[in-house]
Design a protein around this ligand. Structure first.
Ligand SMILES: [Zn+2]
Ligand SMILES: [Zn+2]
Length: 380
């Protein structure tokens, strides 16, 4: 904490942004930018995050400027910041679970107005004309979606993420946050929520279905709550014995501790679908024995590329099972998920931290100590 963080990341940033564009805008909004912004950046794969002052672009016609209030910490941020997946363009401001308030809108932006509560997830742009974009699957854009950080935007600039005070985003990639959802709870829906919701929907999870959720972290705990709200019966598989009570509280019917070594015979061929959210290498073949005939196992928790998973030659053919994967969800589907959570009273379990506590929080996420999502409070 410390007084420095309050000054650096609190209201002063909004005033600085205002000062950058005096006299423009109307009502409670601020000017059209460009905007002076402060964020927390990774400068290498091994050092703690440090302050980065940078500029967000001036509003394009369809852009909205969003004063960020909160940003969730996703394990993917750590994989990027520590170069587990690829070489990164440092300095890199991670964060793709953004929640905030619209403070300025472009000349032809029509979906949002100043004061609206909004979120942004893992994508901020895509080509808009390929077959995937045309059906609302922008995350699979054939020309490459523009991700919220570390990605080249359509104008050639590099995107920087949500561990920052303000962002400028095309309104087509902005999600509306219903009144029923606290802004502090909105961020984790934008990645963790949609990443589990999309495959649960695709594989028709609902009443009468039995679903396994592997890993009870940021994604897994949302998967339990969402699958339960969809009407399914949920079995959690976790390496953390101290999470059993929580799993049951979130709606699980059954919990299997240490699936790598536990006796799974009681559960053999019992599940209609398994969603694997664990973001590190683990044994898969044993888990496949839990799948019913023809059922699907879907991986959404990507581990390090240097540690590929192993699948035995006979482990899927025994019951004609499928191994699948899934990446976040499209913009329309993300809005659907947020509205679903509002309707069913589903909220992430969060711990709020200040900007200067992010590096320590990353360590706790890696150590499986998070309960269950850290959310950076820009005003803390
Ligand atoms: Zn994420
Ligand atoms: Zn496209």
């Amino acid at each position: 904490m410390g007084a420095g963080a309050v000054g650096l990341f609190g209201a002063r940033s909004a005033r600085a942004a205002q000062a950058a564009a005096p006299g423009a805008g109307a009502g409670a909004g601020i000017g059209p930018g460009p905007y002076a912004v402060e964020g927390m950046a990774a400068y290498s794969a091994t050092q703690p995050l440090r302050l980065l002052k940078f500029e967000r672009r001036a509003l394009g016609p369809k852009d909205v400027a969003i004063q960020l209030h909160y940003c969730g910490i996703c394990h993917s941020d750590i994989h990027h910041g520590r170069e587990h997946w690829r070489q990164e363009p440092f300095p890199l401001v991670p964060g793709h679970e953004l929640a905030g308030v619209v403070v300025a809108v472009g000349s032809s932006a029509s979906r949002f107005k100043v004061g609206d509560r909004v979120g942004v997830g893992c994508m901020v742009n895509s080509c808009r004309h390929c077959s995937m974009c045309n059906v609302g699957l922008e995350q699979y854009c054939e020309n490459g979606a523009t991700f919220t950080y570390g990605s080249k935007d359509r104008d050639g600039t590099l995107t920087q993420g949500g561990y920052s005070t303000l962002n400028v985003v095309d309104e087509d990639f902005v999600i509306r946050v219903p009144d029923a959802i606290d802004l502090a709870d909105a961020g984790p829906l934008m990645c963790a929520g949609i990443t589990v919701y999309s495959p649960l929907r695709r594989w028709s999870v609902g009443p009468g279905k039995r679903v396994g959720v592997v890993g009870l972290g940021g994604l897994g705990h949302m998967a339990v709550k969402i699958a339960k709200a969809m009407g399914a019966e949920v079995t959690v598989l976790t390496t953390s014995p101290d999470k059993v009570a929580d799993a049951l509280r979130f709606g699980a019917r059954d919990v299997i501790v240490n699936p790598d070594s536990a006796d799974l015979s009681r559960h053999k061929r019992s599940l209609d679908f398994i969603l694997d959210t664990a973001p590190y290498k683990h044994k898969l073949d044993r888990l496949f024995t839990l799948l019913k005939q023809d059922a699907t196992f879907c991986m959404v928790g990507a581990g390090k590329v240097s540690e590929p998973y192993e699948i035995g030659p006979f482990s899927l053919l025994a019951a004609r099972n499928s191994y699948a994967s899934s990446q976040i969800g499209g913009i329309r589907e993300t809005q659907e998920l947020v509205d679903f959570c509002a309707l069913h009273g589903i909220r992430p379990e969060t711990s709020r931290i200040a900007m200067n506590e992010i590096s320590a929080a990353w360590d706790r996420v890696v150590d499986k100590k998070a309960r269950y999502r850290y959310v950076v409070d820009m005003k803390a």
